[in-house]
Design a protein. Structure first.
Length: 387
């Protein structure tokens, strides 16, 4: 390219006289024009420009024909996931993070937009998955979600695990095609067993206490409920062994229930009392009997007048009655006999005797009619009719 330099006659020769053409400045040294001479710049910077592109893969390029630089800045560090998806909403619907082996193309984390699924994939069939850790870090209060080669796990470390449904009418459902175990440490506490039923409806429940043999205390079966050990219900503790044939359960009144032989019909009983009594003198005695009984007979060892009473007040009120006078109805006299010696006096028809205060005692008055002081013995034969 030919350059038409200006005339130099009379111009300084120290390089201060310049001429710019095509972006290059020349200076006159007294004999020739030199590029970038003293006091001159070699380039006209006004010819250069920069185009800044959208953020992406960092790059810088230059077009020598136009003098234009193209600059692509990197993505900002505070980019959000939504920002990334928004830049390419079609390609970034599915997101892949990580690679287990570096060459298989199997991602550690995969979000599938079509199925709304977030996968944390195992590196192999027998391997453990990536772990989701929620909490304060290793050795702190954490919640871990993971799968192992044998089971899926939700594990709470160094803190309690709380599972709740706070909405009315909302349930917590544990569902399985097999068994459900509730364990404390590694020990069974409650089992809900499918028991091999194909319809899944014939379930049994087992409750445990302690460990080892005999720790199962309750089991539901097709026939009902089986309880191992003692059963306490309503404050009553029932025996855990069987009684003999025809035994019945009897309460001791203090919460204990035992096997016992049923009472059935009562056998005849006999009681005696002996008192030293002067002739024609009365003695008041108490005889241990049932609270209520059918009196069969009264036996005396000597001639005597024997009267039985329902209470001591009736006996006191009857003290002045003569033996020739019959007691009045309702006076508290149960029965009386007058004997002439050692004899048994049958009571016919049979007489019902009882203690008005529901005490197992019969009160009696014995008058010695033998003619001298004697040890008078009186015996009663009866059958108990009140417990």
């Amino acid at each position: 390219m030919a350059i038409n330099f200006p005339a130099t006659a009379g111009q300084p020769t120290n390089g201060s006289y310049t001429y710019t053409v095509a972006g290059i400045t020349y200076s006159w040294n007294g004999s020739s024009w030199e590029a970038a001479g003293a006091g001159a710049s070699a380039t006209d910077r006004t010819l250069f420009s920069v185009n800044t592109n959208a953020a992406g893969t960092p790059a810088l390029s230059y077009d020598s024909n136009t003098g234009v630089f193209d600059y692509t800045p990197p993505q900002p560090e505070d980019d959000t996931f939504d920002d990334v998806v928004a830049r390419d909403p079609v390609l970034l619907r599915d997101v892949f993070i990580g690679d287990y082996t570096g060459a298989t193309g199997a991602p550690k984390i995969h979000y599938d937009d079509s199925s709304h699924t977030l996968w944390f994939k195992c590196p192999s069939i027998g391997g453990d998955s990536a772990k989701i850790e929620l909490g304060n870090g290793i050795s702190y209060n954490n919640l871990r979600i993971q799968t192992t080669s044998t089971q899926a796990e939700i594990v709470s470390y160094n803190t309690s695990l709380f599972i709740a449904s706070n909405s009315a009418g909302s349930n917590i459902t544990l569902q399985t095609a097999d068994n459900i175990y509730l364990q404390v440490d590694s020990y069974d506490a409650i089992k809900v067993l499918e028991n091999g039923q194909t319809n899944g409806a014939a379930l049994s429940v087992e409750l445990y206490w302690g460990t080892g043999a005999g720790s199962k205390k309750l089991e539901t079966t097709t026939n009902g409920v089986t309880v191992s050990g003692a059963l306490t219900a309503g404050g009553l503790t029932y025996p855990n062994t069987n009684g003999t044939a025809n035994d019945v359960l009897t309460s001791d009144g203090s919460g204990g229930v035992t096997w016992s032989t049923p009472a059935g019909l009562q056998t005849r009983k006999a009681v005696n009392v002996t008192q030293s009594i002067a002739n024609n003198t009365a003695a008041n005695v108490s005889i241990s009997t049932a609270k209520g009984f059918a009196l069969y007979s009264i036996e005396t060892s000597h001639a005597a007048w024997v009267t039985l009473y329902t209470d001591t007040t009736s006996r006191t009120n009857d003290a002045s009655r003569l033996e020739t006078t019959d007691p009045t109805p309702g006076s508290g006299v149960l029965a009386e006999v007058i004997t002439t010696g050692a004899m048994v006096q049958m009571i016919t028809p049979g007489t019902i005797c009882f203690n008005s205060g529901s005490v197992a005692t019969t009160y009696a008055k014995i008058v010695n009619k033998s003619g001298s002081t004697a040890n008078i013995s009186v015996g009663l034969s009866y059958v108990q009719i009140e417990a």
